[in-house]
Design a protein around this ligand. Structure first.
Ligand SMILES: [Zn+2]
Ligand SMILES: [Zn+2]
Length: 233
């Protein structure tokens, strides 16, 4: 991208911060109603892992046979096309404010489930990576969801050792990478509480399952999860 183009983009961002991230229309809310309509929202999927289903059932084959750690998952879409663009901008193009519209869209999905959520929490990030990016996207999303749903946010999990970025790893390596990496924050009491765990993207589910396992080891009640997207693998 050339410098002049960048400069023009930056100036427009400063002068008109509320532009639709897809078509550039000026508006409040960062995605215009037309582009929201074009987003391909996930429909008919497994209520525990988000896998798309073709039958009228709501639990996938794997979730039926495996022991379930996460008690329910809600998502907006699958990690491709517009959703991929949106998540990329949210995570890597310094647009934390997209959390507002994402949380607004997520609220309806979460309210559609019969979850009695006591607290909302999020997947923590490696400190250095968070400092470099300037924010933890999962935490920001959790905060906006808390506002939308009127539920308290707690910092329930902490990383007890550094981990590698999951996206560069293979399936088995991802499981190993996060194994016993998280611990319940000793300053919070989650005994018997139902928790909504927020993350950005569900790929293999290794991170969410590890975090949920730790929350349950910390005597949480049920652990539900919300992600923006699931990657179809
Ligand atoms: Zn638009
Ligand atoms: Zn499933």
């Amino acid at each position: 991208m050339n410098i002049l183009y960048n400069l023009k983009e930056i100036l427009l961002e400063i002068l008109f911060p509320s532009r639709c991230i897809f078509c550039g229309t000026y508006l409040e809310g960062y995605i215009c109603p037309k582009c929201i309509k074009k987003l391909d929202f996930a429909k008919n999927y497994c209520i525990f892992c988000g896998t798309p289903l073709t039958s009228s059932e709501n639990i996938c084959y794997n979730c039926k046979k495996e022991e379930r750690i996460v008690d329910g998952l809600e998502l907006l879409g699958y990690y491709k096309e517009s959703w991929e663009t949106l998540v990329f901008k949210f995570k890597f193009e310094n647009k934390p404010y997209l959390a507002k519209i994402l949380a607004h869209l997520g609220k309806e999905k979460i309210r559609g489930r019969d979850w009695k959520i006591d607290f909302i929490t999020y997947v923590p990030m490696v400190r250095e990576r968070e400092l470099k990016r300037g924010y933890n996207q999962a935490e920001i999303l959790a905060k906006f969801l808390g506002k939308e749903l009127n539920i308290e946010i707690i910092n329930a999990l902490v990383l007890k050792r550094p981990i590698l970025e999951q996206k560069a790893l293979k399936y088995e390596e991802r499981i190993e990478n996060v194994k016993n990496a998280y611990v319940v924050n000793p300053k919070v009491d989650i005994t018997g509480k139902n928790i909504l765990l927020v993350d950005d993207v569900y790929t293999t589910g290794a991170t969410l399952k590890e975090c949920a396992k730790e929350l349950k080891r910390g005597r949480a009640g049920k652990v539900f999860s919300f992600v923006i997207c699931k990657t179809l693998i």
